[in-house]
Design a protein around this ligand. Sequence first.
Ligand SMILES: [Zn+2]
Length: 42
Amino acid sequence: MKLVAPTIVTCGNCGNAVLFHRVCPKCGFYRGRQVLTPETNA
Ligand SMILES: [Zn+2]
């Protein structure tokens, strides 16, 4: 077992830093598709 740092990628939609293979929590995009409703604290 060894610790592996999570890979951080940049969301192609909003530019937010997100974990690789995770949905962007900011805009809800994953691999160029909107897969969930973004949290809009309007
Ligand atoms: Zn995003």
